[in-house]
Design a protein around this ligand. Structure first.
Ligand SMILES: Cc1cc2nc3c(=O)[nH]c(=O)nc-3n(C[C@H](O)[C@H](O)[C@H](O)COP(=O)(O)OP(=O)(O)OC[C@H]3O[C@@H](n4cnc5c(N)ncnc54)[C@H](O)[C@@H]3O)c2cc1C
Length: 484
């Protein structure tokens, strides 16, 4: 069944089941979560399996979210550590998770992101290369109906983008004309053709009024298959493990009722904070489990420039790779620059209203073992956050100092500068690698210490690329499902 444009309603597409109903059935696979990691894993599974998708939060339609907002579904986290006050983590607990509020930036990682350990001594190695993941990127982009084109010289691809890039802003167009080697159109899951309404550049991407960006809810038909059942309002509390093998899971509903279900395979797609909590509650003690929680560090800058701006086809239309890869990565993080089509940054001088740019500098960070998730006395996740690395912050400073070098027009002044509290990307805690002493999952996201258990999502990232994580975590999850 294909949903009508602008409609979201997973229960019209997926079979739903109650906790009692689930108890009466047998299952091959139990998956925790219903966002990118869980659903792309589901998409990759072979046919003929009986699969239970367990989602802790409720099912909400797009119309309900528009009417009432999404803040009621936000998690609170207990947080300590020397930089706890400066950091926020964003997790929406409901069907589709953070897919409901993501902005839809959909870049691939840069090939060099998978090789950072070759130039930075303290970086953990990735057990896969860009070439390994490339076919899965292509498949995920097709399902998300990604709009893009023009960045093939930087991020090689085996197939064209499914849909063309959005119209560039006037500064993007000038930058791409002058420096096509570093300035490219943004790959975006905000629609520019396909099954969803086309992006109208309203800028309200966290809750798109016209449902133009890819969400799990508005594209759930892409994950529909026989033998799959969805259970909402029920938490996967822990994985049952016997003889180092996953044999099922303990589920708990909102009234505290608990049920144990058996399954040959359990896959955790609950995000890096909750995945770690589930595994810790299950008694797993891998040395790296819960550690290396990380995300990018970022800075928003408004520049006055002697060139007109805006009138692009979407909220963010330009990417600059001028500060990304190079010798600096031994000591200073890669930086990806986003150019916002942001009328909120207008100037006030007559005839110069649009002579301003809103740029976000996003720097890769070096994960730190002491930034971590543990359990509090009630078994809930507790976060220790001691701040971003000097490596990431030096990337931001380097990019800001050299800003004029990437622009073909003159900077007249920096009028606003603000370090962000969050990129809303939750990464690390069960990183992938070949060595069980330093990593938790292998290259197909299977846990080293427990067979039959997958830990999906950005929790598996050994390093923090400057690029947004969701396309990559979705491709990894698809790869993991295919491996079963
Ligand atoms: C405002 C905002 C903007 C963003 N913009 C972008 C962007 O432009 N580009 C990009 O790449 N990324 C973006 N992100 C990040 C992106 O949303 C995440 O990378 C992505 O959603 C992660 O997918 P996931 O499946 O791993 O986890 P989540 O989306 O966090 O979903 C986890 C799911 O698991 C469920 N769950 C949790 N615990 C349990 C449990 N114990 N049992 C069962 N279910 C459980 C949750 O309810 C949820 O449905 C943005 C995030 C935010 C908040």
């Amino acid at each position: 069944m294909i949903l009508r444009k602008g409609q979201s309603g997973a229960s019209d597409v997926l079979n739903t089941i109650t906790l009692d109903g689930a108890r009466a059935q047998t299952w091959d696979v139990i998956i925790a979560g219903s966002s990118f990691a869980a659903m792309f894993f589901l998409r990759g599974l072979p046919d003929g399996l009986r699969v239970l998708v367990v989602e802790k939060g409720p099912m909400r339609t797009h119309d309900q979210d528009l009417a009432v907002g999404t803040d009621r579904d936000l998690e609170d986290f207990e947080q300590s550590g020397s930089a706890a006050e400066a950091k926020t983590w964003v997790a929406h607990t409901k069907f589709g998770g953070n897919s409901n509020c993501l902005w839809g930036q959909a870049p691939r990682f840069h090939p060099s992101d998978f090789r950072l350990s070759e130039v930075h001594a303290d970086s953990a190695p990735w057990p896969i290369t860009y070439d390994d993941i490339e076919p899965f990127y292509t498949e995920v982009e097709a399902i998300m109906e990604v709009a893009g084109g023009g960045n093939e010289g930087i991020l090689p691809r085996s197939a064209p983008f499914p849909f063309p890039a959005h119209i560039p802003t006037r500064t993007d167009a000038a930058c791409i004309a002058a420096r096509p080697d570093i300035w490219v159109p943004v790959p975006s899951a905000r629609s520019n053709g396909g099954n969803r309404a086309t992006c109208c550049a309203n800028g309200v991407c966290h809750r798109c009024p016209i449902d133009a960006k890819f969400t799990i809810s508005n594209s759930v038909h892409a994950f529909e298959r026989p033998g799959v059942w969805l259970l909402t309002g029920v938490e996967l509390r822990q994985v049952d493990i016997a003889n180092r093998r996953a044999v099922g899971a303990l589920l708990r509903d909102q009234n505290g009722a608990e049920v144990r279900l058996r399954a040959d395979t359990v896959a955790l797609g609950a995000n890096a904070i909750f995945n770690a909590a589930i595994m810790l509650r299950s008694g797993m003690a891998d040395p790296a489990l819960g550690r290396y929680l990380h995300e990018q560090t970022s800075r928003l800058i408004h520049l006055d420039v002697d060139h007109p701006n805006y009138f692009g086809g979407s909220s963010i239309t330009g990417h600059c790779y001028g500060f990304y890869d190079g010798e600096h990565r031994a000591t200073s993080g890669a930086v990806l620059v986003e150019n916002y089509n942001a009328p909120s940054a207008l100037r006030t001088e007559r005839d110069r209203w649009t002579h301003r740019m809103a740029l976000k500098l996003i720097a890769e960070d070096i994960p730190d073992a002491e930034n971590r998730v543990t359990l509090d006395a009630d078994g809930a996740p507790a976060i220790t956050w001691n701040g971003h690395s000097a490596y990431g912050i030096s990337g931001l400073d380097r990019a800001e100092e050299q800003m004029q070098s990437i622009l073909p027009f003159t900077i007249e002044g920096i009028v606003h500068r603000e370090d962000s509290r969050t990129e809303a990307h939750i990464q690390g805690t069960h990183r992938m690698g070949a060595d069980p002493a330093t990593s938790v999952v292998n290259r197909t996201l299977r846990c080293h210490s427990v067979s039959g258990l997958f830990a999906l999502g950005a929790g598996a990232f050994p390093t923090s690329s400057a690029s947004n994580p969701t396309l990559t975590l979705s491709a990894l999850s698809l790869m993991a499902g295919r491996s079963l």
